[in-house]
Design a protein around this ligand. Structure first.
Ligand SMILES: O=P(O)(O)O[C@@H]1C[C@H](O)[C@@H](CO)O1
Ligand SMILES: Nc1nc2[nH]cnc2c(=O)[nH]1
Length: 315
């Protein structure tokens, strides 16, 4: 079961009433990459807990704040903390309004509704669309499967493998609301080619070409990291990097007509060899994020500077 259009509008209208920013670009920060939000100027910050209907962040490295501001003179909104399938909302029941919480006072919906994890994870994307966002910049931390990748590489996402989707866990499952998009959106052009081209130019100008890659991101449900056999299988299937996010957001963003630019920071090398002593861990993921923070900020600033208004290129 998903949210209704009107329920999304409650949240969007609340935000529009509480900030003068009218963002055209949304930036979603991956694990350890929340510092990207700090580069916005003239900030207006909301804690997720103060926004009607908004889910809460539960993962270390995801602050749980929505930051509006300007970057290179362009109005942006930045999610400092995203939601993942594994966070334990297999089914989520709407909380009844809590007295005293100003934002929740707006929630007078009486029916008890259940939402699937996919709808929660992607809830902010439709809010962004209703705010007027045209372009989504989606970032994540990922394990490198491609043997040519090094820790600290930045991979432009050119395509994805949606493993939960193969089992029916697609955020568009359920009744389709044509006000958002088509019943059967195409995904063959999910990651905007022009924005990837722009990112390559930006990276070259900044001298980042040595650690810039382009590849296929594979999403799994998490939260356990992969076994050695799973890593080898994913590599054979054509994945260059593996993670636990992004794809659901991208599907919903494309469904409602946004352009998407995605990048993965390769925070660790996936373990592919039974003789290896390496073990994936979240601390290494966050540490690599800290080490590449300034280059990512510079790259995204320049990218935002070069983004032209959208032409709404849905299939
Ligand atoms: O939000 P992202 O996809 O960047 O976070 C990745 C996947 C897990 O949440 C976490 C594992 O360290 O990092
Ligand atoms: N699934 C998965 N997610 C990650 N996020 C950061 N590194 C990894 C990884 O190796 N595997």
């Amino acid at each position: 079961m998903g949210y209704t259009y009107e329920e999304y509008k409650v949240t969007a209208d609340w935000l529009l009433a509480n900030t003068e920013h009218r963002p055209l670009i949304a930036i979603i920060c991956g694990s350890g990459l929340g510092g990207l939000a700090e580069i916005l100027k003239d900030q207006k910050v909301f804690s997720y807990s103060d926004i009607p209907n908004f889910p809460q962040s539960t993962v270390h490295g995801h602050a749980g704040r929505l930051v509006f501001g300007t970057l290179k003179g362009k109005s942006c909104v930045c999610m400092q903390g995203r939601f993942h399938l594994y966070e334990g909302y297999p089914i989520w029941k709407r909380q009844t309004k809590s007295a005293g919480k100003s934002a929740n006072k707006l929630l007078t919906l009486s029916r008890s509704v259940e939402f699937s994890a996919e709808h929660l994870v992607t809830f902010p994307i439709r809010i962004f669309r209703l705010l007027g966002v045209e372009t989504a910049i989606v970032t994540n931390a990922a394990g490198g499967l491609n043997e040519n990748y090094k820790v600290g590489d930045i991979m432009l996402i050119k395509d994805h493998l949606n493993m939960p989707g193969f089992a029916g866990n697609n955020p568009l499952v359920g009744p389709n609301d044509e006000r958002f998009g088509l019943r059967f959106p195409c995904m063959s052009d999910a990651y905007d080619r022009d924005l990837r081209k722009l990112a390559k130019t930006v990276a070259r100008d900044l001298g980042y070409s040595d650690f810039l890659k382009e590849g296929v991101y594979c999403v799994l449900g998490g939260p356990s990291f992969e076994t050695i056999a799973e890593c080898n299988m994913l590599k054979r299937l054509g994945a260059d990097a593996v993670g636990m996010s992004t794809v659901h957001e991208v599907i919903v963003a494309r469904h409602c007509g946004m352009r998407v630019f995605g990048l993965s920071l390769i925070t660790n090398k996936a373990v592919m060899d039974y003789n290896s002593e390496s073990k994936a861990n979240h601390e290494e993921v966050l540490q690599t994020g800290r080490e590449r923070a300034s280059q990512l900020e510079e790259m995204i600033s320049r990218l935002v500077e070069g983004i032209e208004p959208n032409n709404n290129n849905v299939c």
